[in-house]
Each structure stands twice: as C-alpha cells, then as structure tokens.
Design a protein. Structure first.
Length: 32
C-alpha cells in the first residue's frame, strides 16, 4: 500500500513541476 501512495505522490509532484515550468515558459514568451 505504501508503495502505491508514494507512486501517486510522485506523479502529483511531477505534474506540479510541469505546471510550474509551463507557467515560467509562458512568462518568458510574454516578456520577449
């Protein structure tokens, strides 16, 4: 069970990172 929980939290962490990097890319595009 703990392995599944860690896997889910890992996926959530990855999606959070991708969302943050996406926002950064949007800001960079708006600046240039």
């Amino acid at each position: 069970m703990t392995l599944v929980l860690t896997f889910i939290s890992y996926l959530a962490f990855l999606s959070l990172l991708s969302v943050k990097s996406g926002e950064i890319n949007k800001n960079n595009l708006q600046k240039s």
